[in-house]
Write a protein of this length. Structure first.
Length: 401
């Protein structure tokens, strides 16, 4: 049986990129960039004043001039004035203004005293030299330089860069249409009356919410009962209409576990079935002739939610062109024993110690059906199958929910 790492690698080999599209800048937040953003001009595009004060020539200060004649005032957004040729010439400037031509430094207001059109630099003022309080043109980035690389999910910082570079639209990965399908006769809608032998649907709600947080909000929920004709008919339509299909339940060895055989009958080629891990051992993954990724997750809520974060979301990120993220290594806060010869995907709570080290506190649930046990946890760590005892301090790969 495959290890989690082998399963992840096998899935990655079959992932096909989502289509590219152009998205208006105002709607691009959260999307994955497919073409780098380059500076369309030097940044900053001019020598920019960084303090309210007075623009002077540094050599005048070094020559002993302390009293200056204020020629005019220059605010941000104004064309640059030219400093007069007299050694005591200065121009009052505001933060963000273009440095006046002929000046090469700015004396901050707090280092000066003003009397009419005369400005005097106070005794003890220090640091005044060429370039003081000036943000030099091109010192951040030169025109043509790449600032945001392809494979980046766009947040506020990247959107700001795109706006500063004049990008009214961006080339991004298309958000796939995802079908989230809960299976089983025992499931009823949240708003429906529930009998003693029934349970309310929660897996599809949990998965859809987690997908939206991960940047894949274009997901719809479905329910399939354990009826062969219904599974056949509705599955055919779902596979025809969606780019990604995520199913929960119906993938083990029971009489009503209809999905593996029906998926293969409808042309979904099996990539893997079964991973040596707990929870989530029965995981089934396939791909259709037209490239639809199909993830059939176990029906137990903890198993489904863990497999979603261990395999499904990383596969979606890869298909979106997102840069691969290595899991963070976090030491265990306390010893943990896991005897089955399987990898253990252990829920944990992160805690910061007095020594400044973040540690993973084990928070195992009662069973793989105890979804409520995940409330208050931050994610899970992966313990390998080749050990039974894991002492406190063991470094483990951590993945956040």
């Amino acid at each position: 049986m495959l290890t989690p790492a082998e399963a992840e690698l096998l899935i990655a080999r079959h992932v096909q990129p989502f289509h590219r599209e152009h998205c208006p800048l105002v709607a691009a937040h959260g999307r994955v960039l497919l073409e780098g953003i380059r500076a369309d001009r030097d940044l900053p595009p001019f020598d920019r004043v960084t303090m309210d004060g007075y623009a002077i020539l540094a050599t005048a200060w070094m020559a002993g001039t302390r009293s200056f004649r204020v020629e005019r005032m220059q605010a941000a957004g104004m064309r640059a004035f030219t400093l007069g040729e007299q050694p005591d010439a200065c121009i009052e400037v505001m933060t963000g203004a273009v440095l006046p031509a002929g000046a090469d430094c700015v004396v901050p207001h707090e280092e000066t005293e003003r009397d009419g059109l005369r400005m005097t630099i106070r005794e003890g003022a220090a640091g005044i030299e060429r370039g003081f309080s000036v943000h030099r043109r091109g010192s951040d980035h030169r025109a043509g330089e790449e600032i945001v690389a392809a494979g980046t999910r766009l947040g506020g910082r990247e959107i700001a860069v795109a706006a500063a570079c004049g990008r009214i639209s961006l080339s991004v990965s298309q958000i796939p249409r995802i079908a989230v399908v809960a299976t089983g006769d025992e499931l009823v809608e949240v708003e429906s009356p529930v009998a003693a032998h029934q349970i309310r649907r929660s897996n599809d709600h949990a998965i859809r919410a987690a997908l939206a947080i991960a940047g894949y909000a274009n997901a719809e929920r479905f329910h399939l009962r354990d009826l062969p004709q219904e599974v056949e008919h509705r599955l055919w339509h779902i596979l025809a209409e969606y780019e990604v299909v995520i199913l929960t339940g119906g993938i083990s060895k029971g009489r009503f576990d209809l999905l593996p055989a029906e998926l293969e009958r409808q042309g979904v080629r099996k990539i893997l079935q079964g991973v040596a891990q707990r929870p989530g051992k029965p995981l089934w993954v396939g791909i259709s002739d037209r490239g639809v990724l199909v993830f059939a997750l176990p029906g137990n809520p903890v198993s489904a939610y863990t497999c979603l974060h261990r395999y499904v979301i990383p596969a979606l990120e890869r298909a979106s062109g997102l840069k691969a993220r290595e899991p963070r290594l976090v030491p265990l806060a306390s010893a943990y024993v896991f005897r089955p010869k399987l990898a253990c995907l252990l829920p944990v709570k992160l805690a910061n110690g007095a020594d400044g080290v973040t540690r993973a506190v084990p928070r195992p649930g009662n069973t793989s059906g105890d979804l409520a046990g995940l409330v208050g946890t931050d994610g899970f760590v992966e313990l390998p199958a080749d050990s039974v005892e894991f002492p406190a301090g063991t470094l483990t790969p951590f993945r956040a929910w």
